[in-house]
Design a protein around this ligand. Structure first.
Ligand code: 1HN
Length: 338
């Protein structure tokens, strides 16, 4: 008697029981990359009243932070803004405080509306005025205190999705028993003179605050970058590298009427309109934007920006430097098919 042919359903069950799976039936294997994810716009005019609604519903006396997450349609399940970044809006009323804590996730604050708050980072008070960028890097203690006269709203951007993926998220409530040493900002008051210290000591900028007026003056004077926009990068003055390991920030100026050269990158960004209005072609979508709007530039899309009316300025937070250090950054300029 010849031996019976093996029964395929029995083999499948045996594979499952042994935690084995045939690669040739995996829909993701050996396929071209999926089409780039579409850009998403949060129009300030539309979301501003919805942000106000959080004021009565959540108080920082009770919840850790009064924050609404900007969840991109493609990332609903993970509640994130892009593959690596979580962008949120935080609101604080005059007299309110958001208590101190620290976490392994890097975070930044970019002020959208209001003034008069401070973020205290490892004991250093960082004033928050419109357009200011404040870093609260990995494992630094931070709290927010608002002594202004009107609500303040800022964009929070964090590397939460990336750190969840790599399994490094940790959190600790304050107050801090002991604060690490910091370097006074006065030691960095001249851009081309910095303290002579061990560069490798920390992988984030020792200066946490980047005031808008100075950044805006710098970008206005910057020569055009490869795509034709004027761009400045928010760096760590000790290394010339990105301000924090996982988030790389830029201020972009689009001069009146000019189009940028088409650009495509494997990195993703979240943009926030600081001044002016305009439109961006992002893949097959056209996003029309004005002051305080927030939109995504998901990886792989062909991107062209244009200001309408006068010059426009965009704040951009990206995972560009992270991808570059991992050997994953690919960038193209010019003749790119949509
Ligand atoms: C956080 O620590 C803050 O400190 C805001 O203001 C938003 C979202 C996820 C995890 C930590 C803050 C956050 C956050």
């Amino acid at each position: 008697m010849s031996s019976a042919r093996p029964d395929i359903s029995e083999i499948r069950q045996a594979w499952r029981d042994a935690n084995l799976a045939p690669l040739w039936e995996n829909a993701r294997a050996h396929r071209p990359a999926p089409a780039p994810e579409p850009a998403h716009l949060w129009s300030w005019q539309k979301i501003r009243p919805l942000l106000s609604a959080a004021i009565d519903i959540a108080s920082p006396d009770v919840v850790e932070r009064r924050v609404l997450q900007l969840v991109a349609p493609k990332h609903q399940d993970e509640q994130r803004t892009s593959r690596t970044l979580a962008a949120n809006i935080q609101i604080l009323l005059p007299g309110e405080k958001a208590r101190p804590h620290r976490h392994t996730m890097n975070a930044l604050r970019f002020v959208l509306e209001g003034s008069g708050a401070i973020t205290v980072v490892d004991g250093k008070p960082c004033p928050m005025e419109e357009g200011d960028l404040i870093l609260t890097p990995a494992w630094t203690w931070h709290e927010h205190i608002h002594e202004g006269r009107a609500p303040i709203l800022w964009l929070d951007a964090l590397d939460v999705p990336f750190q969840q993926y790599v399994g490094t998220s940790a959190f600790e409530s304050g107050p801090a028993a002991q604060l690490p040493e910091t370097i006074p900002d006065a030691a960095f008051s001249l851009a081309n003179v910095v303290p002579d210290l061990d560069y490798a000591a920390k992988d984030y900028s020792p200066v946490f605050r980047y005031p808008y007026a100075a950044a805006a003056a710098a970008v206005a004077a910057a020569p055009p970058a490869r795509d034709g926009s004027r761009r400045v990068r928010y760096i760590n003055p000790l290394t010339g590298g990105s301000g924090m390991a996982m988030m790389d920030c830029f201020l972009v100026q689009l001069d009146t009427g000019a189009f940028t050269l088409p650009f495509r990158t494997t990195a993703s960004s979240v943009c926030c309109v600081v001044e002016g209005s305009g439109e961006s072609q992002i893949g097959s979508n056209t996003v029309r934007w004005s002051k305080r709007d927030i939109f995504t530039l998901p990886q792989g899309n062909r991107i062209v920006h244009k200001s309408s009316g006068g010059a426009a300025r965009l704040f951009q937070v990206s995972d560009r430097d992270l991808y570059a250090r991992l050997g994953l950054l690919r960038e193209e300029y010019g003749n790119i098919s949509a």
